[in-house]
Design a binder for this molecule. Structure first.
Ligand SMILES: [Zn+2]
Length: 451
């Protein structure tokens, strides 16, 4: 594991005091060992290859996305302009059912390459029903930090036979995957139990997952309250709220992450807060599938931890954490006023708050000594960023605003995850662009044949 001194960047720490420093950052053994000015003279044995001149660049923590589907990356652009239920039943489930181990690996490689290139270093992923080992293998190769988990679904209308499974098989396979992958790749990979959503699982399956979770270190990841349909169906089927139903199966709690939370009653928000259950805000996906807009400030006011995620590629159609930050800030303003989600808070959603959702805020999510070296260097000097310099600072220019409102993933120059360099001057080191493109085309042709 290489040592590296990253010199002279403007460091947007996202620590508790939200300090922005002009400093060097020393990376050793995968972690941040020192932050300070002019560290090179104290390191006389430093080789030239261990130094990275980052003057003029801005360093932020690697982005954390707490809801992704790597299994859907090949389906981008093939499921557009549909409502969630049609999107699932007519496009996504049949596509997922046609995946093989090999094509799922390509899908995950594509997604991980895009995420790394765009400055995301940690994800919580929900897989498909089968072939989850392919996702684990892809994460090992990527260098990213990830929770993976197979989607669990033993019930539901419109599920193709290729995705059907019994509760028993679902539990058995999940436990085997958790044993194989939780803690793999020096702890970069962890396991999440992923019942797809309440309506694709039997009560028995949900109850057994709740039971298992009470005795293990894993996360629980599911979709909840994404659409009005779910709200109405839970009242009709179970005579309770969706969150109440999940709570009844013991699927709430501090290690539970619910994606979306768009349509929540006050009592559900209170229940999420009381049980310390987290929500992942997926603004692009919620807009594209016409699901609605999650009231993130209301979740904060209730005391709920919130993270940010791009969801699957065909629901977005991008895995760009910068777009999600910008949208999270903008969408809250018409309803809640201009200060509801300020730029700094939006950046927190995509970094330290995401780490809190995953329970790894002591490991990553901010740039501090002792934390993992999950770091992104941005070049904010392009014409699209306007003027820099002392006058801009005197007139109130703010780096958080520049990152959230004006920056894009195209500004990413270097990415480190666990101290390993994954993106060098904008170029992915672990993936070849041509090769990825060729494999993606071949994989889709294979899926077409199996449909
Ligand atoms: Zn999703």
């Amino acid at each position: 594991m290489a040592r590296r001194l990253i010199e002279g960047a403007r460091v947007v720490t996202m620590n508790a005091a939200r300090e922005v420093l002009e400093a060097d950052v020393l990376v050793e053994k995968g972690g941040i060992s020192r932050i300070g000015r002019d560290l090179a003279p104290a390191l006389p044995d430093l080789a030239p290859a261990e130094r990275l001149d980052a003057r003029g660049l801005t360093m932020i923590p690697g982005l954390v996305q707490t809801h992704i589907h790597l299994c859907q990356t090949l389906f981008r652009g093939l499921a557009d302009d549909l409502s969630l239920i049609d999107w699932l039943r007519t496009r996504i489930w049949p596509f997922e059912g046609a995946l093989s181990h090999e094509t799922l690996r390509v899908s995950a490689d594509l997604g991980l390459a895009e995420l790394a290139r765009g400055g995301t270093t940690t994800i919580l992923d929900m897989g498909t029903v089968h072939h989850t080992d392919a996702v684990g293998e892809a994460v090992v190769h990527s260098g990213l930090r990830a929770w993976i988990g197979k989607a669990m679904m033993d019930e539901g209308d419109g599920v193709p036979p290729s995705l059907a499974e019994t509760a028993e098989d679902s539990i058995r396979e999940s436990l085997a995957l958790a044993a194989r992958w939780d803690g793999a790749a020096e702890g970069r990979i962890r396991y999440a139990f992923c019942p797809r959503f309440a309506f694709s699982c039997s009560r028995r399956l949900l109850g057994e997952v709740g039971e298992i979770l009470s005795s293990g270190p894993w996360l629980l990841h599911t979709h909840a309250n994404e659409t009005v349909w779910e709200v109405e169906e839970s009242a009709r089927r179970w005579g309770t709220t969706n969150v109440g139903y999940l709570d009844g199966a013991r699927l709430t709690g501090r290690r539970a992450v619910f994606a979306h939370g768009v349509h929540l009653a006050d009592e559900e928000r209170a229940l999420l807060a009381r049980t310390d259950t987290c929500v992942t805000h997926c603004p692009s996906s919620n807009l594209k599938l016409a699901s609605g807009i999650a009231d993130v400030p209301a979740l904060w006011e209730a005391g709920v931890r919130v993270g940010l995620g791009a969801d699957g590629a065909p629901a977005n159609n991008s895995l760009d954490g910068f777009r999600e930050m910008r949208l999270a800030a903008l969408l809250a303003k018409p309803r809640r006023g201009p200060t509801a989600v300020p730029a700094e808070r939006a950046l927190a959603l995509a970094t330290i708050d995401g780490a809190r959702v995953l329970g790894i805020e002591k490991e990553t999510g901010s740039i501090e000594e002792g934390k993992a070296a999950d770091l992104v260097l941005l070049d904010l000097g392009g014409p699209e960023h306007g003027a820099g310099g002392p006058a801009a600072a005197r007139l109130g220019a703010n780096v958080h605003s520049r990152i959230v409102y004006a920056a894009s993933r195209d500004d990413v120059r270097y990415v480190f995850a666990a101290g390993e360099l994954l993106v060098d001057r904008g170029r992915l080191l672990r993936y070849g662009r041509e090769e990825l493109g060729r494999r993606a085309g071949e994989a889709l042709a294979d899926i077409e044949k199996r449909l």
